[in-house]
Ligand binder design. Structure first.
Ligand code: MG
Length: 405
């Protein structure tokens, strides 16, 4: 096995720093947000976030065993060491890569703080001063928790007028790009297993899209997510039925494993197709990008390997003239990591924001202004990610006793 531990001793004293430990925390928002802190003997720590869900913080804590004593400035080497050391645990894909992603992000925060530059500067510099955000929306009341949004009954939630009303509210908040789920419970009425929709069911979806398009006009671009639900014939007919509406994209219209099927749908329609949020590392994106199976690629940087791996994916997308629009369901820490990435990538489109129903989302950071203003996040000029966690607020929503473990 290759040895990815530190073989370099030639380092200026100011950059001769060692990792001394790792803490993790889980904050319960609309998802369980997995946070990580990496400490050093320089008295500086970095913060990162991994994609939501169980089991991730335990893997991070396991990784501390071989990260302690390492120099945190060797971010990309340490990412490879995390993959290498966990190869027997599935370190090339899945939850192990998700755990490494949050640590990698914390290392970029740490590197920026140690070198006194914003993280985007270390990713190659910036193309833009702010990053455009698209707001993920749901018409149903199940997602309208404490948000001030109109609450519809379950039955009414999936009517076109419910989507249209929610869309107008988001535009009024300043978003010029929004996304809804287009897969609805009625998809299961005929047969929940075969992925097929009748012509009437496709017409119901077209009516939802038409209502949103009519409601927002030119004020916002609109995407719809299908969550991998449809057979190839249904996917083609749906994408073609939506062509008149000039969608921002139609997301995950067929199951994720089969790139050939994805490419077949893409070649059958002028509706732009997006996919990528459940793939890991650049290797799982190359075929998709070089075979033009998508028009928009949507990796989740807190899932797929962190900021450098996401930039490598973005670079392959750029080579193929494909837009890079990261998936994101994080709290503000992971979101800000994606902002630095979006600033540093030429072919960046939009970054997802998926926490409208969490009215304390902004309170997790120590800052005077909301993070998102007029549908954008300004790229910070402060060192590292430019975020300071409000530990009191985070502790109020932490899973378990106290915040950091
Ligand atoms: Mg999605």
């Amino acid at each position: 096995m290759r040895d990815y531990s530190n073989h370099s001793t030639n380092r200026a004293p100011a950059r001769d720093v060692e990792i001394t430990g790792i803490d993790t925390a889980v904050v319960e928002g609309n998802f369980d947000w997995n946070l990580v802190r990496v400490h050093t003997d320089a008295g500086v720590s970095g913060i990162g976030e991994s994609y939501r869900g169980g089991g991730v913080t335990g893997i991070m804590e396991y990784m501390a065993e071989f990260l302690v004593g390492e120099n945190p400035l060797d971010v990309e080497r340490l990412f490879r060491r995390m993959v290498q050391e966990t190869s027997g645990h599935g370190g090339t894909t899945g939850k192990v890569v998700t755990a490494a992603s949050g640590i990698e992000i914390a290392l970029w925060d740490l590197a920026g703080k140690l070198l006194d530059v914003p993280t985007y500067q270390l990713l190659g510099g910036k193309y833009r001063d702010d990053v455009r955000i698209y707001c993920d929306l749901h018409a149903g009341e199940a997602y309208a928790v404490d948000s001030g949004y109109t609450a519809y009954s379950d039955e009414a939630a999936y009517r076109p007028e419910a989507y249209a009303e929610t869309a107008k509210q988001a535009v009024a908040m300043g978003f010029d790009a929004i996304k809804f789920d287009l897969d609805t419970p009625s998809d299961n009425d005929q047969d929940p297993f075969n992925g097929r929709l009748s012509g009437a069911a496709i017409e119901e979806k077209r009516e939802i899209v038409a209502a949103v398009d009519d409601a927002v006009g030119d004020a916002a671009e609109v995407a719809f997510d299908c969550h991998w639900d449809y057979s190839i014939d249904t996917a083609k007919r749906l994408a073609q039925a939506l062509e008149p509406y000039g969608l921002l994209w139609l997301e995950d219209v067929v199951p994720p494993e089969n790139i050939t099927a994805q490419r077949e749908v893409a070649r059958s329609t002028s509706t732009p197709l997006a996919a990528g949020e459940n793939r890991f590392r650049v290797h799982e994106f190359s075929d998709m990008l070089y075979e033009h199976a998508v028009d928009v690629v949507t990796p989740d940087p807190t899932t797929c390997g962190g900021l450098a791996e996401s930039r490598a994916i973005a670079n392959r997308a750029e080579e193929n003239y494909i837009t890079f629009s990261p998936h994101n369901v994080c709290g503000p820490v992971g979101t800000m990591a994606c902002v630095h990435l979006g600033a540093s990538v030429a072919n960046f489109g939009y970054l997802e924001y998926h926490a409208l129903e969490v009215d304390w989302w902004d309170d997790l950071l120590v800052r005077a202004e909301p993070l998102i203003q007029d549908g954008r996040i300004e790229v910070p000029e402060t060192p590292g990610l430019g975020v300071e966690l409000d530990e009191t607020v985070a502790a109020e929503h932490a899973v378990g006793d106290g915040l950091w473990n």
